[in-house]
Design a protein around this ligand. Structure first.
Ligand code: SF4
Length: 370
């Protein structure tokens, strides 16, 4: 028997207050309009590590293009990634695409309504499985995301750091104890909505909170002490050099391997600058190593600063002139010579998109001169 940290009357009161607050205050969001498991699944995948306001326009475009599992399953990965471009964490898109094919082939296009079957699909973890099973199928699985952890931590003055996965189990057990089993989907959405709108990371609106009379941190005036967080290691900086190789008015793009960071996206050849190397030398060396071409540098296009979740990037981008050689890939899976005005057809990492403006400006001028 797991230890109850709230008594049953308190839990009942908390559930009732949360549910009635949610009924009156929930936001009208696109994915709440229909109870369609596929649409809810797509929304929950997009909302992982992404705020509602950022995800919403992506979601709108995505379901317009792929309104059903069948449409997503039959799409080319490039098109899926293009619609995801800028949202980050591209493994989510690749996995969703793979999972849609499996749902089409093995479940006749119906999202499985069994937690364990659904969880075998690529990219479906505890959170996604609990969210889809509870919201779409009314099954009693409690969700635990960042919002839920923050609310639980403050409600119970919990000592477990919310950014330490070793304590996810503790949060899951508490969430399971509090779940309202007759309306699990509504309850899960209510506690997440409370975290998003009221029990916000900074300055929680405790006076307006429907569960403040039950919240230990509020009653003891310690809201700012929770949630606890473990100190994060400082994220490293990577310096890279990238070349836009120009040949007869076209530029060379290569495609990253499907697995790993930014997998499946297109990019320009380049890589890390070695200690003691200039960024120009690194650019020429990386192009030789990655695509086996000899190039000259024409000009420095731009320096890009971009922050990923685990490192910061400083990227020097050069416009290069093709000198000799035939493309031989090492690492990338495909290459294309494309006209610069085709660049928007391909999915690129955000750090690349940040220099498209100067690239579009520079290449027509060069072509006019030649
Ligand atoms: S009372 Fe304040 S700290 Fe407690 S759950 Fe509500 S908003 Fe969060």
């Amino acid at each position: 028997m797991k230890k109850q940290i709230w008594d049953l009357d308190t839990i009942k009161k908390l559930q009732q207050n949360l549910l009635s607050w949610y009924q009156q205050n929930k936001r009208q969001l696109l994915w709440r309009e229909k109870n369609n498991p596929y649409l809810i699944w797509v929304a929950e995948v997009m909302l992982q590590q992404t705020q509602v306001s950022t995800a919403e326009p992506y979601y709108r475009r995505f379901i317009q293009r792929f309104p059903t599992v069948e449409r997503l399953a039959s799409a080319h990965l490039d098109e899926v990634l293009k619609l995801w471009e800028g949202l980050g964490y591209y493994a989510r898109a690749r996995n969703l695409h793979k999972a849609a094919k499996i749902v089409l082939d093995e479940y006749q296009g119906n999202v499985p309504d069994d937690y364990h079957s659904f969880k075998t699909l690529p990219g479906v973890g505890d959170y996604i499985a609990s969210a889809v099973m509870s919201i779409s199928f009314g099954q009693p699985y409690a969700v635990v995301d960042g919002n839920v952890k923050r609310v639980l931590s403050r409600l119970g003055t919990l000592p477990f750091p919310v950014n330490d996965t070793r304590f996810t189990k503790q949060y899951q057990q508490i969430a399971d104890q509090l779940l309202e089993r007759n309306h699990p989907g509504e309850y899960n959405q209510a506690i997440m909505e409370l975290g998003a709108l009221i029990c916000r990371p900074q300055k929680p609106l405790c006076e307006e909170c429907p569960v403040n009379e039950l919240c230990v941190s509020f009653l003891t005036n310690r809201q700012t002490e929770f949630p606890k967080r473990k100190q994060k290691a400082k994220i490293p900086t990577q310096k890279v050099s990238v070349g836009v190789v120009l040949k007869e008015g076209k530029v060379l793009i290569t495609r990253r391997k499907e697995n790993g960071l930014l997998g499946g996206l297109w990019e320009f050849p380049g890589g890390k600058i070695k200690v003691g190397e200039t960024s120009e030398d690194a650019c020429i060396r990386e192009i030789k190593e990655e695509v086996d071409l000899e190039v000259d540098i024409i000009s420095h296009l731009k320096r890009i600063y971009h922050t990923y979740s685990h490192f910061k990037l400083i990227m020097d981008v050069y416009l290069c002139e093709y000198k000799s050689g035939d493309v031989m890939l090492s690492g990338a899976t495909e290459y294309r010579w494309i006209h610069p005005n085709e660049i928007h057809k391909y999915p690129f990492p955000k750090a690349n998109i940040k220099f498209f403006d100067v690239l579009e400006d520079a290449i027509p001028r060069l072509n006019e001169q030649s």
